[in-house]
Ligand binder design. Structure first.
Ligand code: MN
Length: 199
């Protein structure tokens, strides 16, 4: 199995003429490598775009590439990051998912105060993928506190957990003030943790 893990692409984050194309170029280069190497799938752990409603130009470029990935039979699994939501909770990622260009793996329901996550199974490899979205100001903390880890940890097979928050144990000294979650928030027994810090 071969997969790629991207995060924090932040397409559209710079206004400066010299800088504003760099994120897009980096994304196009990385995803081109994915196609060249024929990866089985791609994970994007949040903040594909810098805003919940990206510009039409940026959307056109990224949607074009996502379509190419789809045509190459490379599924893209995503979670939303802290920049992906508008104040009303909307995100363009929902539109991309409707168009079948990405799959949001933050799936599940709350039963009696417990968050039960569901796995999304990659057809080609059988990899089981789930995760928790990132929200500004540690609003995602509630998800971790409610998370029922028992079934997740018991599940067999190759498992991937995607998340978008800094882990307290891995914070560098100069970012001590940064909001973070303790390692104990994550379910154990996964084969790969596809994380990124919140920024
Ligand atoms: Mn970010």
């Amino acid at each position: 199995m071969l997969f790629a893990h991207l995060a924090d692409c932040h397409i559209g984050s710079w206004r400066d003429e010299k800088l504003k194309h760099l994120n897009t170029e980096a994304f196009l280069k990385a995803t081109q490598m994915c196609m060249d190497k024929k990866v089985d799938f791609i994970l994007i752990s949040g903040d594909l775009f810098n805003t919940s409603l990206p510009s039409v130009d940026n959307l056109k470029t990224i949607v074009g590439r996502l379509k190419e990935l789809k045509d190459n039979n490379i599924p893209v699994y995503i979670i939303a990051g802290s920049h992906d939501f508008s104040p009303s909770g909307k995100t363009i990622l929902d539109v991309l998912e409707k168009a079948d260009l990405v799959r949001n793996v933050f799936q599940g329901e709350v039963e009696e105060g417990k968050l039960k996550l569901k796995f999304t199974i990659d057809e080609k490899t059988g990899a089981k993928i789930t995760g928790i979205i990132g929200k500004k100001g540690m609003l995602d903390r509630t998800y971790y506190e409610q998370l029922d880890k028992t079934d997740l940890e018991k599940e067999d097979g190759y498992k991937i957990f995607m998340f978008h928050t800094a882990l307290s144990e891995f914070k560098p000294k100069n970012l001590e003030q940064m909001e973070s979650a303790p390692l104990s928030f994550l379910p154990k027994n996964f084969n790969y943790y596809a994380g990124t810090k919140k920024s």
